[in-house]
Design a protein around this ligand. Structure first.
Ligand SMILES: Nc1ncnc2c1ncn2[C@@H]1O[C@H](COP(=O)(O)OP(=O)(O)O)[C@@H](O)[C@H]1O
Ligand SMILES: [Mg+2]
Length: 260
């Protein structure tokens, strides 16, 4: 994935007598993620991380610049091409509960992307869902359960199962463990690393929490107010931050975790 001078501006609606409110969320960003690599994206709340993730995913339209995925610019796709891209790039949000319909079972929820993109028979689809449940560490009894019967960690595993159902190449994880208790965070991070090895995923791992990002990332991008503050090898930046902004992110990590 190659990001070239990417900009995203939100153009708000004008108040009755006011000027339209525009927010330059991403102001010109460049980086490359190689296949099989994990790129960590860290920065304070509001610095533009989610906007960048959504723009790569084509949930938001880029204002300027290019997003090259496997050699092709994906910023100006038509509807059919965008549907095709969904098979290759997927996103895991903070709380999949928000996107899970309370009235449909876990099995049906995981089957949804398969139903949209593949013409599998019902039997084959169920088999696939059971395999996905197993891949995310949940047994077959979850198939007939409902979202409200699950813990936060289990719901996040369902979110991951849905995201990997189509075997994407690139997974964007946006604050995917931020809502979970520390011990559950570790379990989900380990699951993501296992899946990466198993399926050969490439990750963009987004969090405001540098401890979490550092645990996952090969390459690190530190973002500040829509721009890249620092970029490079994750361990190197962590050991030797050049910018005060990065130092502050490191200092914000609770003491017990910093050494790990
Ligand atoms: N849909 C939107 N419309 C207008 N402004 C937005 C929208 N989404 C995000 N923003 C603004 O863009 C900036 C970056 O937000 P975001 O990408 O969510 O940051 P982060 O994920 O790093 O917390 C913030 O100032 C935020 O208020
Ligand atoms: Mg965000």
């Amino acid at each position: 994935l190659e990001i070239i001078d990417l900009k995203k501006t939100y153009f708000g609606k004008a108040a009755l007598f006011g000027k339209p409110k525009t927010v330059e969320a991403v102001k010109g960003v460049n980086f490359t993620v190689f296949e099989g690599e994990t790129l960590g994206l860290v920065g304070e709340s509001g610095c533009g991380k989610s906007t960048l993730g959504k723009t790569i995913m084509q949930i938001e339209e880029a204002t300027a610049g290019q997003i090259k995925f496997r050699g092709r610019d994906i910023t100006r796709l038509n509807k059919a091409e965008r549907k095709q891209l969904r098979k290759e790039i997927q996103i895991v949000f903070q709380d999949p509960f928000a996107s899970l319909n309370p009235r449909i079972t876990i099995g049906e929820a995981i089957a949804e992307p398969l139903a949209v993109h593949h013409s599998y028979s019902a039997g084959k689809r169920k088999q696939e869902v059971l395999e996905l449940l197993e891949a995310v560490g949940l047994d077959s009894t979850f198939y007939n359960r409902y979202p409200h019967q699950l813990s936060g960690g289990q719901r996040q595993r369902i979110g991951i199962a849905r995201a990997i159902a189509l075997k994407p190449k690139l997974l964007i994880c946006d604050e995917s463990v931020s809502a979970l208790d520390i011990s559950v965070q570790a379990q989900v991070l380990n699951l993501l690393n296992t899946l990466k090895e198993e399926y050969g995923f490439t990750y963009i791992f987004i969090s405001h929490d540098l401890a979490v990002v550092k645990y996952m990332a090969d390459q690190l991008v530190v973002m500040n107010s829509g721009l890249i503050e620092e970029i490079g090898d994750a361990d190197e930046i962590y050991a030797n931050p050049r910018k005060d902004y990065t130092k502050r992110l490191i200092e914000a990590i609770p003491k017990g975790i910093k050494k790990a």
